[in-house]
Ligand binder design. Structure first.
Ligand code: GLN
Length: 512
């Protein structure tokens, strides 16, 4: 077996024993990136020298007998939405093309102190807005199972990098499904932690009340290892929960006894592809054969989840993205050209006697804001800003935003009632396997509806995990989702691991 085929847990064990060096492991993944990423476009940047230098340092420290961190020597890919000091962090946007943050995100700092090696920055939908991976300003990521197809988004590059063996593990972020959806569509394991479980400090904000960072890996066992490294309280994030990280990597292999699974009847309605439904039903039978009991539950407000999410997320985004004005942050238009243009416009108006219109022209400052934002944001980001600004504007606030907050509360109550009866909720993660790139490009509403199974967990602050449970007749991965009560990541990981130990479905390899 070559190094790139080993799991993260196995690599960490071999590194610890000194069977392999971090330089060898890192080089193996760098070679794989060089071989396949021209096709996949999972990485926005790979700095091989920097990665190898970090790996060398860890090998030297190990040789000296220093005590090393949990992930010592393991290459990890990081979504381009988390700040790494003095390294570009673009959010796959022209707006941040030249931004290099002056500090590390807490998750990055934790990975550093766990002695992980940063192997590269992964592609994503611009500012994490999207569910296909097509909204990157730097080109779509292609699905390693069929390069004509989407990976899912927004953590497109992280999912594809792990699926195509370009990294043993990666970090993603999930505001409404961005870890779980691409994990499901690329046949890997992705976990969205409970809101507050992982620090958001240094995560470029999309919708602050929904955003969470989480692990993407090839198995629950590997995801457990990564989550253990990044979870825990952070005084720099006031929404971070005051709970220490748990030893997920130690508990993940313990099967859950008397597991009670809930199946929401709302999850098997209209729009769900037949093959996906069948694969999920089959996975439920596997759990039953492992001793789980299955009960039908109801999440009656889930039918409003997409509508609620697409009010709250754009509202928060419109506010968060106000900082990109060319002055505080981000791309600034060519000012000389802009001033000259403004002058020409003014003169032209004055020449035809329209002095008032000339006086009404933008001030240079406003023109600078307007032009900088128009030039550097992609169309989906602009759409979100407009939707959010509209919904928050005076007179509409009560009708949209306030109402959405009330529905959000009802969605949370549905979960509370469900989790009084069952341990975990089992169901689909996406309605269909990966579709063709471009297929929904002109239909934003169709794309928004793809989030139907994932946004509720974010609205309710619950945790969720997605992993493969089968393949379509077209050989595309089909994913399944388990959702858990706040802080039940341990249960999610153990339940996913039980399934993976039984079916081994998670170890299928894409053809790329
Ligand atoms: N697809 C959802 C959106 O476009 C979720 C994205 C995410 O989780 N970052 O907003």
């Amino acid at each position: 077996m070559s190094l790139i085929d080993l799991s993260a847990a196995e690599l960490v064990a071999q590194l610890r024993r000194g069977d392999v060096s971090s330089v060898d492991v890192t080089q193996a993944f760098l070679n794989r990136i060089a071989a396949v990423d021209k096709t996949i476009n999972a990485f926005l940047r790979v700095d091989a020298d920097r990665a190898l230098a970090a790996a060398t340092k860890i090998d030297e420290r190990r040789a000296r007998g220093d005590s090393l961190g949990l992930l010592a020597g393991l290459p990890v890919a990081v979504k381009d939405v988390l700040c790494i000091v003095d390294e570009p962090t673009t959010c796959a946007s022209r707006m941040l093309e030249r931004f290099a943050p002056p500090y590390d995100a807490t998750v990055v700092a934790k990975l550093r102190s766990a002695d992980a090696v940063f192997i590269g920055r992964t592609n994503m939908d611009e500012f994490a807005m999207g569910s296909s991976g097509e909204n990157s300003a730097f080109g779509p990521t292609r699905n390693p199972w069929d390069t004509e197809r989407i990976t899912g988004g927004s953590s497109s590059g992280s999912a594809a990098a792990v699926a195509a063996r370009m990294a043993p593990a990666a970090i993603g972020s999930d505001t409404g499904g961005s870890i779980r959806q691409p994990a499901g569509l690329c046949g890997i394991t992705g976990l969205k932690p409970t809101y507050g479980r992982v620090s958001r400090y240094g995560l470029v904000a999309f919708a602050s009340s929904l955003d969470q960072v989480g692990p993407m890996a090839r198995s629950a066992e590997d995801a457990a290892l990564l989550l253990e490294a990044i979870a825990g309280h952070d005084p720099l994030d006031s929404t971070s929960l005051d709970r220490p990280a748990e030893k997920y990597s130690e508990t993940v292999s313990r099967p859950l006894e008397k597991l009670r699974l809930g199946v929401a009847k709302e999850h098997f309605g209209e729009g769900l592809d037949g093959e996906v439904a069948a694969a999920v039903r089959e996975a439920i039978r596997v759990y039953e054969s492992l001793g789980a009991t299955v009960e039908e539950i109801s999440l009656p407000h889930s039918r409003y989840a997409v509508a609620t999410y697409y009010i709250i997320a754009p509202c928060e985004a419109s506010s968060n993205l106000a900082r990109y004005d060319g002055a505080h942050y981000g791309h600034r238009t060519d000012e000389k050209a802009m001033l000259a243009e403004l002058d020409t416009e003014r003169k032209a108006l004055v020449a035809v006697g329209k002095k008032e219109a000339a006086d009404d022209l933008d001030s240079p400052l406003v023109r600078m804001y307007r032009q900088s934002r128009s030039e550097a944001f992609g169309s989906e980001v602009k759409r979100r800003i407009m939707l959010g600004t509209y919904a928050l504007s005076a007179g509409y606030y009560d009708a949209y935003y306030l109402k959405a907050l009330k529905v959000r509360r009802l969605i949370r109550q549905d979960y509370d009632e469900a989790f009084a009866k069952v341990d975990l909720i089992i169901g689909p993660v996406t309605a269909t396997p990966a579709y063709k790139i471009g297929e929904k490009a002109d239909d934003p509403l169709a794309m928004y509806l793809d989030d139907v199974y994932t946004v509720s967990a974010n609205l309710a602050g619950c945790c969720g995990i997605a992993f493969p449970c089968g393949q379509s007749t077209g050989n595309l991965p089909i994913g399944i989702q388990l959702q858990g009560s706040p802080l039940d990541e341990d249960k999610l990981l153990r339940a996913a691991n039980m399934y993976q130990q039984t079916t081994k479905l998670h170890s299928s390899t894409p053809p790329v």
